[in-house]
Design a protein around this ligand. Structure first.
Ligand SMILES: Cc1cc2nc3c(=O)[nH]c(=O)nc-3n(C[C@H](O)[C@H](O)[C@H](O)COP(=O)(O)OP(=O)(O)OC[C@H]3O[C@@H](n4cnc5c(N)ncnc54)[C@H](O)[C@@H]3O)c2cc1C
Length: 514
């Protein structure tokens, strides 16, 4: 069995689907490569792919899909990108362009009406980005104004995959200018519009790195009328819909990066095994073997992570951190592997007569598509701060009584001390030894002192007035957020010798202390 085969938790249907998808896509590779050379969008090829229903892999059967979950869509993304990242991007763009958004936020009527075309391969796109709204997607200014049973949309979008060739566009627009709504991200709404809608045009096609046979471009909307029935969710829910859609998109993009690795792996053994320099195959050079090993390591870690994330989706778990984490790392790994793979093949690695250069270039493009790798990290940081809970709590540290070095402990504090300024200074002095360089938060102090938050603030203020502590204060309330003993405070709490600590080898030699 191939190493990059099914995972043990896949259902028999998912296992069979991977096999069938791979076999079918194998039949299209020649045609796809020709379209890269002619730089023509391969409409016929896409139609063949669309007709298989694979773009509906993640759509439940009741809405015309294959019911294979996010695992199914990741199988499609990966298998396509192993063979042809160009048209693969369009296939993935189709299900990123509305599938999850409609499934999660559509009414029953909308699901029945909008999901079957996605499952049937109708070419779709997602339109978020604007001139003013890149990473700060909420800064978009394409406007949707309600007029009776319609919204009238005016504005522009840019960097849209499948611009000009897609039939369906999942588009976000500003519906409120109220500063409170804007602050609370309630100013956006989501709509579906279609090619041929009056006033809807493509404006420009970008010459983007790695885009050989597919399009990425700008959209122009002038008084485009969209029925209220084609708004997804309530007015003002656009941001929540957008973020949910991005999680799905990022998971699928990570799967494409796994496919990209698998694509390159097809070449990294066989090419250098046949390339002779200095009288022997270059694969016999340890430095080449190291590059191959690095690519395989990245491929393995990434693929496991992609399909575990997909499985979590399918179990209905929260994947907000996972989706951005896996996409944020995937693009970096892809770029490194593209660099290694192209280096193994050197001149041929960056030459269009071999396909490696295209995967290499697209590793870079996907540093940016679906939210930059930095934007992924913003999400991971923000969500991590909220959701990692006890996994991200530094253990309490205490002084080992014998060695007088800090050691972590999970035991509770045995007894709290009385709330006095003197005791607070003693706690801060001990913190100087236990957590060198760190201030304490009021809640840290409350672990050791029998005092509520107000009392702690009162004692801090008393010590501050005496010059015994330094603080960082809340700008609005003036309350101390962080506090540490000042140098005079440390002296007041204990004699100099109380703070001293020397390793045994220093203690043993009196010339080395002072
Ligand atoms: C190949 C490709 C396909 C795409 N497809 C689509 C599509 O189909 N639909 C769509 O709507 N959009 C699409 N995009 C647009 C893409 O989502 C945006 O390009 C991306 O969100 C970044 O926006 P920007 O290019 O305007 O960069 P900017 O937002 O201007 O960012 C510039 C730099 O600043 C960094 N930065 C910005 N803000 C912060 C911050 N707060 N903290 C740290 N760093 C920050 C960025 O990470 C980046 O390095 C695509 C882009 C590419 C390249």
């Amino acid at each position: 069995m191939a190493y990059f085969g099914p995972y043990p938790w896949w259902t028999p249907e998912q296992v069979e689907f991977q096999k069938k998808t791979a076999a079918f896509l194998d039949t299209l590779v020649e045609e796809e490569m020709v379209s890269r050379w002619t730089r023509e969008f391969p409409f016929e090829l896409y139609e063949k792919i669309g007709a298989t229903g694979m773009t509906g892999a993640a759509i439940p059967a009741e809405y015309g899909g294959l019911g294979l979950g996010a695992t199914g869509s990741c199988i499609v993304a990966e298998e396509c990108w192993k063979r042809f990242p160009g048209i693969g991007r369009i296939v993935v763009g189709n299900f990123n362009g509305g599938l999850r958004q409609v499934y999660e936020h559509g009414t029953e009527e909308q699901k029945k009406r909008m999901l079957p075309p996605i499952a049937g391969g109708e070419l779709g796109a997602v339109a978020i980005t604007e001139v003013t709204a890149g990473t700060d997607a909420s800064g978009m200014s394409l406007v949707a104004k309600r007029e009776g049973d319609y919204y009238v949309l005016n504005g522009r979008k840019r960097f849209i995959v499948a611009a000009g060739v897609a039939d369906r566009y999942f588009i976000y627009a500003q519906t409120s200018f109220d500063p409170v709504d804007i602050k609370k991200h309630r100013h956006l709404s989501a709509f579906i519009i279609h090619k041929g809608d009056e006033g809807f045009h493509s404006e420009k096609i970008n010459e983007i790195l790695g885009f050989e046979n597919v399009q990425n471009g700008s959209l122009y909307l002038k008084d485009v009328k969209v029925p209220v029935a084609d708004r997804l969710g309530e007015e003002g829910e656009g941001w929540a819909i957008l973020m949910g859609g991005l999680n799905f998109e990022r998971t699928n993009i990570a799967a494409t990066m796994s496919g990209l690795h698998r694509g390159m792996i097809q070449y990294i053994f066989d090419y250098p095994a046949r390339r002779v320099q200095f009288g022997k195959a270059v694969i016999d050079q340890p430095i080449v073997q190291e590059k191959i090993a690095n690519i395989i390591m990245r491929a393995k870690i990434l693929r496991d992570s992609v399909f575990v994330t997909a499985y979590k989706w399918d179990l209905g778990m929260d994947v907000t951190i996972d989706a951005s984490a896996v996409k944020g790392l995937a693009a970096g790994l892809a770029l490194q592997s593209g660099d290694d793979a192209s280096q193994i093949m050197a001149g041929d690695g960056i030459n269009r007569f071999y396909p490696i250069q295209n995967w290499f270039e697209l590793g870079k493009a996907d540093h940016i598509a679906g939210g930059t790798v930095e934007a992924c990290r913003l999400t991971v940081y923000g969500q991590g701060k909220k959701k990692l809970g006890e996994d991200a709590v530094m253990p309490r540290r205490v002084l080992d009584p014998k060695l007088r070095v800090p050691v972590p402990t999970y035991k509770p504090v045995e007894a709290k001390v009385e709330a006095t300024a003197e005791n607070l200074l003693a706690i801060l002095a001990e913190n100087y030894l236990i957590n060198p360089g760190l201030h304490m938060m009021p809640e840290d102090i409350m672990m050791y002192m029998d005092a509520d938050a107000d009392k702690v603030q009162e004692l801090i203020a008393e010590l501050k007035a005496a010059g015994d502590v330094i603080t960082v204060d809340n700008r609005k309330t003036g309350a101390a957020k962080l506090v540490a003993a000042s140098y005079p405070g440390l002296d007041k709490a204990h004699d100099r010798t109380w703070y001293e600590w020397y390793p045994e080898y220093v203690k043993a030699d009196p010339r080395r202390t002072f």
